[in-house]
Design a protein around this ligand. Structure first.
Ligand SMILES: Nc1ncnc2c1ncn2[C@@H]1O[C@H](COP(=O)(O)OP(=O)(O)OP(=O)(O)O)[C@@H](O)[C@H]1O
Length: 648
């Protein structure tokens, strides 16, 4: 009996894929049956549904969230009045002492100087990150003149003054601690989720381990970050979630846009990769940077150290306004990928610390600073133009007029955060205001900019869900790692799927004209038998395949564990070596000091002896002198007595 013609027709390949193949898909019984001649597959597996992602129904719209944060100062300009959601700016004509203008700028909320870092985070970021897969992601950007507190808001100082990014990292790692993946089995590449083959998983693990090791070495074994995740947790009372079904993969990147050039802040100079100028591309309104470093993180301290490392590479300079002024826009991105049995979904969270929106003259910019300021102002101007264009297009009065093209491509900054500007992602702007009279004009521009942003409506677009092909290698591996694989369940599923197979749909019309009914029935019977045999064979083959794959999985997991153990041993050995080296150094220093000390003691002793001798000698001489003097006196007295006697 010829078993394989149908299999050949169905283009099945039972050869075992190698681990070097990326995105290998093991064909399931259902996939195979779907590809058999005739319409044997279920309707639910139609071509349309096999498309890359499923789309949810469109969600509601909401305005961009624009918060005003006021930097504390004792010198508040009296032209500002603040309410809970408004700033009223009155300009006075001093010659007549009357108000000439009064402008109202409204915000989602006005956060006065008493509102601290903890409250800012709880109000602006925490709700979104508590439910990170409810949307495709969000951008949090700080905007304002130099020295108004943008960097303080986004990155902040240590612990209690930590900014939004370290707090966001702490929240994610605390709330989802029971669901965070340990191995980088999936990654977002060019805005698509890709499952990594085992070689890639291993190489990603090695890259991040080496990087963290480098960071630690650079910092001489100390923790790089200023932040203690424990105290941030205590500030917010974050607690681990119990009810969550997905596994979460966390990837981070950090870029700087300086003079319209994109720099990878996580580029590791000691690694072998050569530095490249990065370019941005976009795909359906989402931007991505090919070649950008993305680190997979599974530990909170690693994420904080990576952030700290990136910060050490940011371009800062001193200007007239701020001693430590960020001269560039920096964007720290956290990509979260959720994986469950039906597929993947990802959300991207960008934290942008924008450069100051002040005039160059005010900042005292000359030379290099002036060139930088040109780049900064250009991107902020384009940002303003983008918001204006979006607002124009959304405005009801403009329904009949032509839509304006939103010029996101005119600057690197706007191109990179286009998904938020075009309303595909949530956008949170924190407008920082330093309410002194020095920046009155610039602050007015900032407020105008913010008020336009506030009116923009964001369509909460559908969340992309990437369907998983069943029995992906990496998925099995991850499940195996978590001891949750249930091979019987998998096999049962295959059997259930086979039950949907219905031969009655087979169309053999091409033979009918030539055969009698009996022949046809006989032919059909034989073919049914043939199909039964093929089905059994197929299920058996797939079972064998799964068994051998599981064995391989176990070997790979063993190898990973071995690599990890080796790495930790290497770290421990290096630590021991460093400790030994410094101990030796300390001992030799101690010995040399002790030697010098004892020499000094000897010298002191010699001096003490000489002094003692000198004093003794001196006192002896004094005694002799006294004796001589008293002898002389006695002689004088006896002479005098003799003289008196003679006189008498
Ligand atoms: N809300 C605040 N509370 C306490 N200190 C603040 C606050 N906002 C800003 N500061 C302090 O003001 C100074 C300037 O802030 P920061 O560097 O964040 O300004 P910036 O807007 O990022 O400036 P630049 O654009 O020049 O980088 C810093 O010393 C910072 O600690």
């Amino acid at each position: 009996m010829e078993l394989f013609p149908i299999l050949k027709k169905a283009k099945l390949d039972f050869s075992r894929p190698t681990f070097n193949d990326t995105n290998i898909i093991l064909p399931t019984a259902r996939d195979t049956i779907a590809s058999l001649p005739g319409n044997l597959a279920d309707d639910e597996f139609s071509a349309n549904e096999e498309s890359d992602y499923l789309q949810n129904s469109e969600k509601e719209t909401e305005n961009i969230n624009v918060y005003l944060r006021i930097r504390p100062t004792n010198n508040v300009c009296n032209m500002y009045k603040f309410t809970t959601d408004k700033v009223i700016v009155s300009q006075v004509d001093h010659t007549k002492n009357v108000n000439i203008t009064e402008k109202h700028y409204s915000f989602t909320s006005v956060l006065n100087e008493a509102v601290d870092q903890v409250q800012i985070y709880d109000q602006i970021v925490r709700p979104t990150l508590s439910n990170p897969f409810a949307s495709t992601g969000a951008t949090f950007a700080s905007y304002g003149v130099s020295s108004s507190g943008k960097t303080f808001t986004i990155l902040g100082g240590s612990d209690f003054t930590a900014g939004l990014v370290p707090r966001a990292i702490t929240q994610i790692f605390t709330e989802f601690q029971n669901f965070i993946a340990e191995f980088p089995c999936v990654k977002v590449t060019r805005d698509e989720i890709r499952e990594l083959c085992d070689d890639d998983v291993e190489s990603e693990m090695k890259t991040v381990d080496d990087f963290i090791f480098e960071c630690a070495k650079l910092n001489k074994g100390k923790q790089l970050s200023n932040w203690s995740s424990k105290s941030i947790q205590e500030n917010h009372n974050f607690s681990p979630k119990e009810e969550f079904e997905d596994r979460i993969y966390i990837w981070v990147s950090f870029v700087e846009i300086y003079n319209e050039k994109i720099t990878d802040l996580l580029y590791n100079a000691s690694s072998k990769s050569t530095f490249k100028t990065l370019k941005i591309y976009s795909n359906k309104g989402n931007s991505y940077i090919p070649g950008l470093t993305w680190f997979f993180v599974s530990k909170i301290d690693d994420a904080l150290n990576i952030l700290k490392y990136g910060l050490s590479k940011v371009s800062y300079a001193s200007t007239k306004i701020n001693d430590h002024s960020s001269r560039s826009h920096t964007i720290f991105t956290i990509n979260l990928i959720a994986e469950n049995k039906s597929g993947f979904q990802y959300s991207s969270f960008k934290f942008c610390d924008l450069a100051g929106a002040e005039k160059s003259k005010k900042a005292g910019n000359v030379g290099e600073r002036l060139k930088e300021a040109g780049g900064i102002n250009n991107s902020l101007l384009v940002l303003g133009r983008c918001l204006e264009a979006v607002h124009h297009n959304q405005s009801k009065n403009n329904k009949k007029t032509a839509e304006i093209v939103v010029p996101v491509r005119d600057s690197k900054l706007t191109f990179l955060i286009q998904s938020s500007l075009l309303g595909y992602e949530k956008f949170f702007m924190i407008v920082n205001l330093f309410p002194t009279s020095d920046f009155f004009e610039e602050n007015l521009n900032v407020l105008k900019f913010a008020s336009i942003a506030k009116q923009i409506v964001v369509r909460q677009v559908e969340v992309k869900k990437f369907k998983r092909p069943s029995l992906r290698f990496s998925y099995l591996m991850q499940s195996q790692l978590n001891n949750s694989i249930d091979i019987n369940r998998t096999c049962n599923r295959i059997n259930e799927e086979n039950e949907t197979f219905d031969e009655s749909d087979l169309d053999f019309s091409y033979e009918w004209n030539k055969m009698s009914n009996e022949q046809l029935i006989e032919q059909l019977r034989k073919q049914k038998e043939e199909i039964e045999v093929i089905k059994k064979l197929y299920v058996q083959k797939e079972q064998d395949y799964i068994d051998s794959e599981m064995k391989l999985r176990q070997d790979v997991v063993k190898q990973y564990k071995q690599i990890h153990e080796n790495l930790s041993k290497r770290n421990a050995a290096d630590k021991e070596h460093l400790e030994y080296y410094y101990q030796q150094k300390m001992d030799s220093l101690k010995q040399s000091y002790e030697r010098k000390l004892s020499e000094a003691y000897d010298e002191i002793e010699d001096l003490r002896r000489s002094l003692y001798k000198a004093i003794k000698k001196n006192s002896k001489q004094n005694e002799e002198k006294d004796i001589n003097e008293s002898n002389e006196e006695q002689e004088d007295e006896s002479c005098e007595d003799d003289l008196i006697e003679i006189d008498d």
